[in-house]
Design a protein around this ligand. Structure first.
Ligand code: 5GP
Ligand code: ZN
Length: 113
C-alpha cells in the first residue's frame, strides 16, 4: 500500500490543498486540532525527520518559510501559532511521510508532551 501522503501528492486521494510548488504541498488536516491546522509536506517521500539527509536541510527551511507565509494567509500570524514535527513512534508520528503541522487560531496548551 502506497503512503497516504504520497497518494495525496499524486492526487489519488482528495485533500484540501491550499498551497503547492515544485517541492512541497500544504493541505488542511483531516482531523484538525485547532481552527487552523495545516500540514506542509515535501512532494518527495521522506519517511521522517530522522530520514532527512544533511543535503536536504534547505527543503526543511523551505517548508518553514511556507508555513510562515500560510500563517499570515490564515490570519494567525499576529496572535501566534505553532509548528510541530512528530518523529517516530515515541514522537507521536502516525503518518510515515515527513510533515510540518501548522497550528493556530486558539490559545494552544503549554504542554510539550
Ligand atoms: P502525525 O501524528 O503523523 O504527526 O500526524 C499525522 C496527521 O495527518 C494527523 O493530524 C492526521 O489527522 C492527518 N491525516 C492522516 N490521514 C490524513 C488524510 O488522509 N488526509 C488529511 N488531510 N490528513 C490526514
Ligand atoms: Zn510518502
Amino acid at each position: 500500500m502506497e503512503c497516504v501522503f504520497c497518494q495525496i501528492v499524486a492526487g489519488k486521494l482528495p485533500s484540501d490543498i491550499i498551497y503547492q510548488d515544485d517541492e512541497v504541498i500544504a493541505f488542511r488536516d483531516i482531523n484538525p486540532q485547532s481552527p487552523t491546522h495545516v500540514l506542509i509536506i515535501p512532494r518527495k517521500h521522506i519517511a521522517s525527520l530522522a530520514e532527512l539527509a544533511e543535503g536536504e536541510a534547505s527543503l526543511m527551511g523551505h517548508m518553514v518559510n511556507i508555513a510562515n507565509q500560510l500563517a499570515t494567509k490564515e490570519g494567525v500570524a499576529q496572535n501566534g501559532y505553532r509548528l510541530v514535527v512528530n518523529c517516530g513512534q515515541e514522537g507521536g508520528q502516525l503518518v510515515p511521510h515527513l510533515h510540518l503541522h501548522l497550528l493556530g487560531g486558539r490559545q494552544l496548551s503549554g504542554t510539550m508532551g
